[in-house]
Ligand binder design. Structure first.
Ligand SMILES: [Zn+2]
Ligand SMILES: [Zn+2]
Length: 95
């Protein structure tokens, strides 16, 4: 399965999800969380931050997301969590 970076129409494609997440965290600018102002890597890690640190209601309020967008992001989080080696990603990002 190929993983495509969806940030700002980037479109870079990776063979494994770990490479895609590391790409998002290193090649793209970090962004501020709209809820708490913490600077987080863009892409998957930004979504993971928002959905683990904040409630769905806070996310919807801060990002103006529709319930469908929330559902899509929840699905993405589950999908990535089921296949990604988060330890490998964390190790890669610490270099
Ligand atoms: Zn990208
Ligand atoms: Zn936050």
């Amino acid at each position: 399965m190929a993983w495509e970076c969806g940030i700002d129409g980037c479109g870079a494609v990776f063979e494994d999800v770990e490479s895609a997440v590391v790409h998002q965290a290193t090649e793209h600018q970090r962004r501020e969380c709209e809820v708490c102002g913490t600077v987080v890597p863009d892409g998957y890690l930004a979504i993971r931050h928002a959905f683990t640190e904040h409630s769905r209601a806070e996310y919807v309020r801060a990002y103006g997301a529709s319930s469908e967008e929330v559902r899509e992001r929840e699905e993405l989080l589950e999908e990535v969590a089921s296949v990604a080696d988060m330890q490998a990603i964390a190790t890669e990002l610490k270099r």
